[in-house]
Design a protein around this ligand. Structure first.
Ligand code: FAD
Length: 407
């Protein structure tokens, strides 16, 4: 029996595995994908200091280090259920069941879709799929594309597609309906874009966005937003236009775009057609938490963290004995934060497994998560730190109420 089983070989799972192995524990990682690295594999961007963050290289480094510490890997293996046993946890895959006393869920995040008429045509994909095709498999998703949904992730991936010489006609909004909510509201989207203005290549856009960071200027900015869009990396970002249909006979041939007012309502008669052979839908990310749900973890809905997250403390322990979480399952953030959370989870597991003298290391690792968060290049939600505070308040309340019950 393994001392620790980790589900997910992204930056959180790999860092936790290395930490546990460094403390003398025997670790098994199970992952449904064919390569270790998780969503880190697709990431490629230039850091503010001019160095490149190359997710394939970062994943390879972590994987090699884990192999050198004798971490075992079981790839191509989805986990479809976990159950609390008398002394630990049972993990179910199609071919086998596994037992362990310490189980870490590091399953990452998933993409939210945005329904658009025509979205079942071949050539329509999630923006994350375009990232994996381009950066992991080195296959162009098409010759010319349109991205529906303007957010941190689509902005980052547009830049990556550009680096791969894939032509993008524009990034634009989805049409306003009951499901698209804020993603179709120009003002809300403008606010979230200002949050990533540091990624803009032009000093003019970067400086301009600093002036926009008050409500009046934001309103003014969206009212007078140029009809042709603002270009970033030479790609028009269209906040006053929305895709109302994707069309084509047997595959994507183009999109119908319409001008929208500041509330996202379509201005009739403004429709135009844009030819393209692929369309990416970018509806944002949410934590992938199903396994924590089947285990019976208490959950909280925290918008700042991307949706429902399992209750856990700063040591990455859940409310269930022997069950831990790390990475995007605890809230949507970048890979460096996920890796730092993995280290904390690994140290907590080692401590709970009987390794002594870890208390100050655990405290330092918790501080390191906060530092990573403050300095993160990509921040998926501006108030993520607030989301984390809300969750810690919930943890205290939960602990107080359960302790009262058991007294
Ligand atoms: C589509 C997409 C694109 C992203 N792009 C960026 C980006 O460009 N820049 C950025 O900073 N962040 C990006 N992120 C955020 C990204 O999730 C974090 O940067 C980081 O990779 C999170 O690490 P993690 O270890 O928590 O999860 P992940 O890296 O997502 O790894 C989770 C792993 O768990 C495995 N898994 C999940 N469920 C199961 C199961 N039931 N059984 C077995 N294995 C399972 C998955 O196969 C995966 O390998 C992206 C996220 C997504 C979903």
């Amino acid at each position: 029996m393994n001392d620790v089983i980790i589900i997910g070989s992204g930056p959180a799972g790999l860092s936790a595995a290395i930490t546990c192995a460094n403390k003398g524990l025997n670790v098994l990682i199970i992952d449904e994908y064919l390569k270790p690295g998780g969503r880190l594999l697709g990431q490629l961007y230039e850091e503010p200091d001019g160095t490149w963050w190359n997710g394939i290289n970062e994943s390879a480094k972590l994987y090699e280090e884990a192999l050198n510490k004798d971490v075992q890997f079981l790839m191509n293996t989805p986990v479809h259920n976990i159950e609390k046993a008398k002394d630990g946890w049972v993990i179910y895959t199609e071919d086998n069941t596994f037992n362990t006393n310490h189980l870490l869920l590091a399953t990452g995040a998933a993409e939210s879709p945005i329904p658009v008429p025509g979205w079942t045509l071949p050539g329509v994909m999630s923006v994350g799929a375009a990232q994996v095709m381009t950066n992991v498999h080195r296959v162009k998703p098409g010759e010319k594309g349109v991205i529906i949904g303007v957010n941190v992730l689509s902005a980052a991936i547009a830049m990556e597609l550009k680096l791969a010489d894939v032509d993008l006609a524009c990034l634009t909004l989805p049409w306003n309906n009951q499901l698209t909510e804020e993603a179709a509201q120009p003002r809300k989207v403008m606010e979230s874009l200002l949050h990533v203005s540091h990624m803009a290549p032009s000093p003019l856009v970067r400086t301009g966005s600093k002036f926009m960071k008050n409500d009046f200027m934001k309103k003014l900015g969206i009212t007078f937003y140029p009809k042709k869009g603002v270009k970033m990396w030479d790609i028009p970002i269209q906040l006053r236009k929305a895709v109302i249909e994707i069309y084509g006979n047997n595959q994507v041939e183009g999109v119908t775009l319409a001008t929208i007012d500041t509330n996202g309502e379509v201005i009739k008669g403004s429709e135009e057609h844009i030819a393209c052979d692929f369309v990416c839908i970018a509806g944002g990310l949410y934590p992938l938490t199903e396994l924590a749900a089947v285990a019976g973890c208490p959950f909280y809905l925290i918008e700042e963290l991307g949706g429902y997250v399992p209750l856990h403390n700063t040591r990455m322990e859940t409310a269930l004995k022997g069950l831990y979480v790390a990475g995007n399952i605890t809230g949507i953030e970048g890979a460096k934060v996920a890796a730092a959370q993995g280290v904390t989870a690994g140290l907590s597991i080692a401590k709970d497994s009987g390794v002594n003298g870890l208390e100050s290391e655990i405290k330092k690792s918790i501080q390191s998560i906060e530092r990573m968060r403050e300095n993160a290049y990509i921040q998926f939600h501006s108030d993520v730190a607030k989301g984390k505070r809300i969750l810690q308040d919930q943890w205290k309340e939960y602990k107080a109420s359960t302790e009262t019950v058991f007294l």
